[in-house]
Design a protein around this ligand. Structure first.
Ligand code: ADP
Length: 286
Protein backbone atom coordinates (compact mmCIF):
# COMPACT_ATOMS: atom_id res chain seq x y z
CA UNK A 1 0.00 0.00 0.00
CA UNK A 2 2.57 2.57 1.11
CA UNK A 3 5.09 1.11 -1.34
CA UNK A 4 2.54 1.58 -4.12
CA UNK A 5 1.93 5.20 -3.20
CA UNK A 6 5.63 5.94 -3.06
CA UNK A 7 6.10 4.29 -6.46
CA UNK A 8 3.40 6.56 -7.86
CA UNK A 9 5.45 9.45 -6.49
CA UNK A 10 8.43 8.19 -8.42
CA UNK A 11 10.23 6.51 -5.53
CA UNK A 12 10.85 2.89 -6.55
CA UNK A 13 13.40 2.21 -3.85
CA UNK A 14 12.72 -0.13 -0.94
CA UNK A 15 11.41 1.08 2.42
CA UNK A 16 14.32 0.79 4.85
CA UNK A 17 12.70 2.21 8.00
CA UNK A 18 9.15 2.86 9.20
CA UNK A 19 9.05 4.20 12.77
CA UNK A 20 5.97 5.45 14.65
CA UNK A 21 6.18 9.03 15.95
CA UNK A 22 4.39 10.21 19.05
CA UNK A 23 3.16 13.74 19.60
CA UNK A 24 -0.04 14.06 17.63
CA UNK A 25 -3.28 12.99 19.22
CA UNK A 26 -5.40 12.55 16.10
CA UNK A 27 -3.54 10.44 13.57
CA UNK A 28 -0.91 7.74 13.52
CA UNK A 29 2.34 9.34 12.41
CA UNK A 30 5.45 7.68 10.96
CA UNK A 31 8.96 8.44 9.92
CA UNK A 32 9.66 6.54 6.71
CA UNK A 33 12.98 6.21 4.97
CA UNK A 34 13.45 4.64 1.58
CA UNK A 35 16.67 4.15 -0.34
CA UNK A 36 15.93 7.50 -1.97
CA UNK A 37 14.33 9.79 0.59
CA UNK A 38 12.86 10.45 4.03
CA UNK A 39 9.14 11.07 4.54
CA UNK A 40 6.68 12.10 7.26
CA UNK A 41 3.46 10.12 6.95
CA UNK A 42 0.13 10.46 8.71
CA UNK A 43 -2.48 7.75 8.53
CA UNK A 44 -6.07 7.60 9.71
CA UNK A 45 -8.76 4.94 9.44
CA UNK A 46 -11.68 6.89 10.82
CA UNK A 47 -11.33 10.51 9.65
CA UNK A 48 -13.79 12.33 7.41
CA UNK A 49 -12.98 12.14 3.70
CA UNK A 50 -11.84 15.78 3.57
CA UNK A 51 -9.72 15.63 6.74
CA UNK A 52 -6.33 15.70 4.98
CA UNK A 53 -7.65 17.88 2.15
CA UNK A 54 -8.48 20.60 4.68
CA UNK A 55 -5.06 20.30 6.31
CA UNK A 56 -3.36 20.58 2.92
CA UNK A 57 -5.52 23.60 1.96
CA UNK A 58 -4.37 25.31 5.15
CA UNK A 59 -0.72 24.53 4.53
CA UNK A 60 -1.00 25.84 0.95
CA UNK A 61 -2.61 29.07 2.12
CA UNK A 62 0.20 29.63 4.61
CA UNK A 63 2.80 28.77 1.98
CA UNK A 64 1.26 31.27 -0.43
CA UNK A 65 2.06 34.16 1.95
CA UNK A 66 5.78 33.41 1.42
CA UNK A 67 6.50 34.42 4.99
CA UNK A 68 6.99 31.18 6.92
CA UNK A 69 7.84 27.64 5.89
CA UNK A 70 5.47 24.68 5.81
CA UNK A 71 6.41 21.12 4.82
CA UNK A 72 5.91 20.15 1.21
CA UNK A 73 2.97 17.81 0.62
CA UNK A 74 3.67 14.90 -1.78
CA UNK A 75 0.39 13.00 -1.61
CA UNK A 76 -2.90 12.83 0.29
CA UNK A 77 -6.11 10.82 0.14
CA UNK A 78 -9.36 12.73 -0.06
CA UNK A 79 -11.99 10.03 -0.32
CA UNK A 80 -12.58 7.86 2.67
CA UNK A 81 -13.44 4.28 1.90
CA UNK A 82 -12.80 1.33 4.08
CA UNK A 83 -9.14 1.92 3.56
CA UNK A 84 -6.74 3.91 5.63
CA UNK A 85 -6.27 7.50 4.47
CA UNK A 86 -2.78 8.81 4.11
CA UNK A 87 -0.88 12.08 3.95
CA UNK A 88 2.72 11.94 2.73
CA UNK A 89 4.93 14.95 3.40
CA UNK A 90 8.44 16.23 3.47
CA UNK A 91 10.38 15.04 6.51
CA UNK A 92 11.54 18.04 8.56
CA UNK A 93 14.40 17.74 11.01
CA UNK A 94 16.93 20.18 12.36
CA UNK A 95 18.91 21.40 15.32
CA UNK A 96 17.08 23.44 17.91
CA UNK A 97 18.77 26.85 18.01
CA UNK A 98 17.96 30.16 19.69
CA UNK A 99 17.67 31.62 16.20
CA UNK A 100 14.71 29.35 15.44
CA UNK A 101 12.51 31.17 17.98
CA UNK A 102 13.67 34.52 16.60
CA UNK A 103 12.74 33.48 13.08
CA UNK A 104 9.41 32.11 14.28
CA UNK A 105 8.51 35.42 15.95
CA UNK A 106 9.50 37.51 12.95
CA UNK A 107 8.01 35.21 10.35
CA UNK A 108 4.71 34.67 12.14
CA UNK A 109 4.35 38.46 12.46
CA UNK A 110 5.07 38.77 8.73
CA UNK A 111 2.37 36.23 7.99
CA UNK A 112 -0.07 38.16 10.16
CA UNK A 113 0.87 41.41 8.45
CA UNK A 114 0.17 40.13 4.94
CA UNK A 115 -3.61 40.30 5.27
CA UNK A 116 -4.95 38.54 2.20
CA UNK A 117 -8.64 38.99 2.88
CA UNK A 118 -11.05 41.83 3.53
CA UNK A 119 -13.40 39.63 5.57
CA UNK A 120 -13.15 37.53 8.72
CA UNK A 121 -13.62 33.78 8.84
CA UNK A 122 -13.15 31.40 5.92
CA UNK A 123 -15.09 29.99 2.98
CA UNK A 124 -15.01 26.41 4.24
CA UNK A 125 -15.23 24.35 7.39
CA UNK A 126 -12.00 23.18 8.94
CA UNK A 127 -11.13 20.89 11.82
CA UNK A 128 -9.93 21.88 15.24
CA UNK A 129 -8.59 18.66 16.68
CA UNK A 130 -11.28 16.18 15.72
CA UNK A 131 -14.10 18.71 15.94
CA UNK A 132 -15.59 20.34 12.88
CA UNK A 133 -15.05 24.09 12.81
CA UNK A 134 -17.76 25.71 10.69
CA UNK A 135 -16.86 28.96 8.93
CA UNK A 136 -18.37 31.70 6.82
CA UNK A 137 -17.28 35.16 5.75
CA UNK A 138 -18.15 38.02 8.12
CA UNK A 139 -17.59 41.76 7.92
CA UNK A 140 -17.64 41.96 11.73
CA UNK A 141 -15.07 39.96 13.72
CA UNK A 142 -17.16 39.88 16.91
CA UNK A 143 -20.06 38.32 15.04
CA UNK A 144 -17.76 35.65 13.56
CA UNK A 145 -16.22 34.92 16.96
CA UNK A 146 -19.62 34.75 18.60
CA UNK A 147 -21.45 32.68 15.97
CA UNK A 148 -18.68 30.37 14.76
CA UNK A 149 -16.40 30.03 17.77
CA UNK A 150 -18.06 30.45 21.19
CA UNK A 151 -21.67 29.53 20.44
CA UNK A 152 -20.94 26.21 18.65
CA UNK A 153 -18.64 25.12 21.50
CA UNK A 154 -21.33 26.08 24.03
CA UNK A 155 -23.89 24.03 22.08
CA UNK A 156 -21.54 21.06 21.95
CA UNK A 157 -20.77 21.32 25.66
CA UNK A 158 -24.51 21.29 26.45
CA UNK A 159 -24.90 18.24 24.22
CA UNK A 160 -21.94 16.52 25.93
CA UNK A 161 -23.25 17.45 29.38
CA UNK A 162 -20.23 19.59 30.23
CA UNK A 163 -22.11 22.78 31.15
CA UNK A 164 -23.49 23.14 34.64
CA UNK A 165 -26.16 25.81 35.11
CA UNK A 166 -23.77 28.47 36.42
CA UNK A 167 -21.22 27.95 33.64
CA UNK A 168 -23.90 27.97 31.00
CA UNK A 169 -25.55 31.19 32.17
CA UNK A 170 -22.22 33.01 32.38
CA UNK A 171 -21.08 31.85 28.97
CA UNK A 172 -24.43 32.83 27.45
CA UNK A 173 -24.09 36.28 29.03
CA UNK A 174 -20.53 36.68 27.73
CA UNK A 175 -21.60 35.64 24.24
CA UNK A 176 -24.46 38.16 24.35
CA UNK A 177 -22.20 40.99 25.56
CA UNK A 178 -19.18 40.12 23.42
CA UNK A 179 -19.26 43.53 21.69
CA UNK A 180 -18.27 45.13 24.99
CA UNK A 181 -15.00 43.21 25.07
CA UNK A 182 -13.71 42.44 21.56
CA UNK A 183 -12.81 44.76 18.66
CA UNK A 184 -15.28 44.51 15.79
CA UNK A 185 -12.83 45.55 13.06
CA UNK A 186 -9.30 44.40 13.97
CA UNK A 187 -6.76 44.08 11.17
CA UNK A 188 -7.50 40.96 9.13
CA UNK A 189 -4.67 38.43 9.38
CA UNK A 190 -4.26 34.91 8.10
CA UNK A 191 -3.99 32.79 11.25
CA UNK A 192 -2.61 29.29 11.68
CA UNK A 193 -5.53 28.82 14.05
CA UNK A 194 -4.17 26.02 16.22
CA UNK A 195 -0.73 27.30 17.14
CA UNK A 196 0.27 25.58 20.34
CA UNK A 197 3.88 24.55 21.00
CA UNK A 198 3.45 21.17 19.29
CA UNK A 199 2.44 22.71 15.98
CA UNK A 200 5.72 24.26 14.98
CA UNK A 201 8.88 22.30 14.31
CA UNK A 202 12.45 23.13 13.40
CA UNK A 203 14.04 22.23 10.10
CA UNK A 204 17.53 22.49 8.69
CA UNK A 205 19.46 25.70 9.49
CA UNK A 206 17.11 26.41 12.40
CA UNK A 207 14.23 27.25 10.06
CA UNK A 208 10.80 27.12 11.79
CA UNK A 209 7.98 25.26 10.04
CA UNK A 210 4.27 25.49 10.85
CA UNK A 211 2.36 22.20 10.80
CA UNK A 212 -1.20 21.02 11.35
CA UNK A 213 -3.06 24.32 10.76
CA UNK A 214 -6.73 25.13 11.24
CA UNK A 215 -6.67 28.40 9.33
CA UNK A 216 -8.96 31.39 9.41
CA UNK A 217 -8.78 35.12 8.80
CA UNK A 218 -9.09 37.09 11.99
CA UNK A 219 -7.53 39.09 14.82
CA UNK A 220 -3.86 38.17 15.24
CA UNK A 221 -4.32 38.50 19.00
CA UNK A 222 -6.47 35.34 18.84
CA UNK A 223 -3.36 33.47 17.64
CA UNK A 224 -1.04 35.05 20.20
CA UNK A 225 -3.44 34.30 23.03
CA UNK A 226 -3.36 30.60 22.17
CA UNK A 227 0.45 30.50 22.04
CA UNK A 228 0.38 31.68 25.66
CA UNK A 229 -2.23 29.18 26.85
CA UNK A 230 -0.12 26.02 26.99
CA UNK A 231 3.38 27.50 26.58
CA UNK A 232 6.12 26.35 24.22
CA UNK A 233 7.16 29.81 23.03
CA UNK A 234 10.10 31.75 24.45
CA UNK A 235 10.49 35.40 25.38
CA UNK A 236 12.63 35.75 22.27
CA UNK A 237 9.68 34.66 20.17
CA UNK A 238 7.41 37.31 21.73
CA UNK A 239 9.94 40.13 21.54
CA UNK A 240 10.72 39.43 17.87
CA UNK A 241 7.03 39.19 17.09
CA UNK A 242 6.23 42.49 18.76
CA UNK A 243 9.10 44.27 17.10
CA UNK A 244 7.52 43.43 13.75
CA UNK A 245 3.88 43.72 14.84
CA UNK A 246 3.20 45.57 18.10
CA UNK A 247 0.35 44.34 20.26
CA UNK A 248 -2.63 46.59 20.96
CA UNK A 249 -2.71 47.91 24.51
CA UNK A 250 -5.97 46.03 25.11
CA UNK A 251 -4.30 42.66 24.46
CA UNK A 252 -4.34 41.57 28.11
CA UNK A 253 -8.09 42.33 28.29
CA UNK A 254 -9.04 40.24 25.27
CA UNK A 255 -6.53 37.43 25.80
CA UNK A 256 -8.68 35.35 28.20
CA UNK A 257 -11.69 35.57 25.87
CA UNK A 258 -9.55 34.34 22.99
CA UNK A 259 -8.14 31.54 25.16
CA UNK A 260 -11.67 30.62 26.19
CA UNK A 261 -12.46 29.20 22.73
CA UNK A 262 -9.55 26.75 22.96
CA UNK A 263 -10.40 25.82 26.54
CA UNK A 264 -13.97 25.05 25.47
CA UNK A 265 -12.62 22.90 22.63
CA UNK A 266 -10.50 21.05 25.20
CA UNK A 267 -13.44 20.76 27.57
CA UNK A 268 -15.45 19.19 24.77
CA UNK A 269 -12.67 16.90 23.55
CA UNK A 270 -11.08 15.87 26.86
CA UNK A 271 -13.59 16.62 29.60
CA UNK A 272 -14.03 18.40 32.93
CA UNK A 273 -10.29 18.69 33.63
CA UNK A 274 -10.55 21.95 31.63
CA UNK A 275 -13.73 23.12 33.42
CA UNK A 276 -11.93 25.09 36.15
CA UNK A 277 -9.98 27.17 33.63
CA UNK A 278 -13.19 27.92 31.71
CA UNK A 279 -14.92 29.02 34.92
CA UNK A 280 -12.03 31.26 36.01
CA UNK A 281 -12.21 33.17 32.72
CA UNK A 282 -16.00 33.51 32.84
CA UNK A 283 -15.80 34.83 36.40
CA UNK A 284 -13.46 37.57 35.32
CA UNK A 285 -16.03 39.03 32.90
CA UNK A 286 -19.45 38.09 34.20
P1 ADP B 1 -1.69 15.10 14.49
O1 ADP B 1 -2.42 15.57 13.26
O2 ADP B 1 -2.00 13.70 14.85
O3 ADP B 1 -1.85 16.06 15.65
P2 ADP B 1 0.87 16.27 13.89
O4 ADP B 1 0.76 16.87 12.54
O5 ADP B 1 0.79 17.23 15.04
O6 ADP B 1 -0.15 15.06 14.09
O7 ADP B 1 2.24 15.45 13.96
C1 ADP B 1 2.62 14.67 15.08
C2 ADP B 1 4.07 14.96 15.43
O8 ADP B 1 4.91 14.59 14.33
C3 ADP B 1 4.34 16.44 15.66
O9 ADP B 1 4.25 16.80 16.99
C4 ADP B 1 5.74 16.64 15.13
O10 ADP B 1 6.68 16.49 16.17
C5 ADP B 1 5.93 15.53 14.14
N1 ADP B 1 5.86 16.04 12.76
C6 ADP B 1 4.77 16.59 12.15
N2 ADP B 1 5.05 16.89 10.87
C7 ADP B 1 6.34 16.55 10.65
C8 ADP B 1 7.22 16.61 9.51
N3 ADP B 1 6.80 17.09 8.32
N4 ADP B 1 8.50 16.18 9.65
C9 ADP B 1 8.91 15.68 10.84
N5 ADP B 1 8.15 15.58 11.94
C10 ADP B 1 6.87 16.01 11.86
Amino acid sequence: MLEEKLKQLGDNSAIETKTPISGGDINQAYYVKTGKQEYFIKANQSAASDFFQIEVNGLEKIRSTQTIAVPEVYYFDNSAGNEEMMLIMEWIEGEETAAAEQHLGKQLASMHLVGGSTAYGLDQSTYVGKLTQSNEWYTNWVDYYREHRLQPQLDLAVQYNRMNQNRRLKLEALIRDLDLYLPSQPKVSLLHGDLWGGNWIIGGAGQPYLIDPSILYGDHLFELAFTELFGGFSNTFYSQYQEAMPLADYYQDVKPIYQLFHLLVHLNMFGEVYGGSVDRILKRYI
